[in-house]
Design a protein around this ligand. Sequence first.
Ligand SMILES: *[C@@H]1O[C@H](CO)[C@@H](O)[C@H](O)[C@H]1NC(C)=O
Length: 601
Amino acid sequence: MAFMRRRTFFRILSLLAVSLLVRLLVAAPSPASSVSSLYTADSQEIRKQGVLDLVTRSDKPLDARKHKFLQARMGRDERPDLFTDMIRDGLVDYWERYQKPYIVGHDTAHMDEQTVFSAIEQLLTLNGWVAALCPTLTRPFGQNKYEDAYEDLAKQDYLYYIGMVIHSADHFLVDQLAVIVQLAKRLGPSNLFVSMLDYDSSDSTSTLTDLCEAVLTLLGVPFRIRRVPGMTEDPLAAYYPLEEAHTRNLALEPLHELYERRNIKFHRVIWLKGFTCPNDILETIKISVVNEAAMVCGMDWAEHNGFFIFSDRWRTRDINGDQFRQSKSSSISTSPLTSVPPRDAVGAQRYTQHLPFQVFCCESGTHVVDPAQSYYAGVVYRSGTDFHNASTPTSPLTREPEAKCLDSAQAWFCRDLWVAKAREGLHAIAPEAEAHQSTRVKRADDDNDDSSVPIVDEEPLAPRQPQAAQQEDLDANAGSDYDATDLPLADPPPSEADEIDRFTIPNMDFLPARILVNPRCVTTYAGVSHTQLALDLFGPPDSDEREGMVKGKDVLEQWQGAPDTFVCQEQQHTGGRRAAKTQRRLSFSIHKELEEVLESS
Ligand SMILES: *[C@@H]1O[C@H](CO)[C@@H](O)[C@H](O)[C@H]1NC(C)=O
């Protein structure tokens, strides 16, 4: 083990060396620095020699070798420090005396080509620390057994967009890079675009993003790595949901630019958070495709006193709008239906079978979004605006009981997905509705004449299950996912059914958003024993075969409408990521949301 660690360590060191070299080769020109212009001159010289033209050119839209703008670095942290001059002199000296003569020399140039070739070969085996374990971890339905299980995805030649927002999380970054390299290997380097946003990190993220730049450049993977300052000088004057929305929208900027200016459309957007195995991501993409899902999330697990608990409860709500339980990973084998994370009966049942289940909202680490049902349809990340700025002398606003929920940007995103889907349904049936001279939104099964109307919920909706008895509080300040901590202790009581406004169209009459959780996609944070976690969640290898579980029910047959109420956990004032959260149960009416959209447009 120590040997392995050391080897990996040296590999990382050699990567860092390569990264410095590549910085010399490709450094972006910056007028302020004379050294930069030196780099630029050299980089043109190198390009003339064709050193970087190693991967065969193609007519792919995302061919980074052909289109230089596809690999961009913005806002690099170039503030001088104590060693800046010394390092720069050393680099220039090494470059002038050893590298450059070798690269441009007639008799040595071909050897250099070989060196770069083998560097790329080496990079493709980059497996990180945790990622190296992935193929050995237990997964249901033999996911890890078949090497070619994801060949079909690769053959389709679709484009995938990887979004990352990094805020002082350097301990993940090398493994996340390893995951990206593995995905590039499977899906093809010019089928990916990597957007990394470094939001005001104060740890070694900026150095590691240099490493990412070097690796992605050599592999020909298009990217934009961008560093932006914090929204406020004082982190405690920041409003976290606003920061979330801001950074995610920034990370999506290249997606919109590529679409608007080059007409390049991505098939799926993969948000990498924490650590997730490459195969789990590929499988989640497949589940997203077969279900035509707007979003499919993994589940994230954090270490807690030697066991693992479901972690991202702030942003996750089951299809009844209830909060997930903070279950242990082993809950599946104890008293499954009352102790697993989702509280709703259908979700709990499917969770125990390791099958994807529908939810009202999720994020849970790595998640896959269909941009056609979201970003390309105009959905952006946003947050509440009437929060109290505790850094100002003003007193807090009094808020109405039904005031908008001041929760996470992701929770807003989920509600927006429900509303967007409902609008899509409205557009599809608008001619019908006009013909009937009625404002009532019709369901497809009301209209027996037109089966082409794309409304999915042909079956009557399943009745809502009553909430399971409230559990003993497990919500101690636990786990390493900050966002999930500091949640209020008890859940708010279930709402009274007759509180619901009778004058609005019930949510279940609208086309349902397809938001799913894939329990086989595991996201983790620091300190997790992955082998144990996998055994807890999925049992020993092949246990599903012994228990007669079969894959193949990954496609949901029945989709439910949005819940009429949900558990709203809000940060009502500034105070950064760890500002206190309060909670209330709030009604959710797609009809009202649609009316607001109409009024504001
Ligand atoms: C809160 O007020 C402070 C001081 O006026 C300001 O610097 C900060 O940007 C404000 N925070 C937000 C989120 O608007």
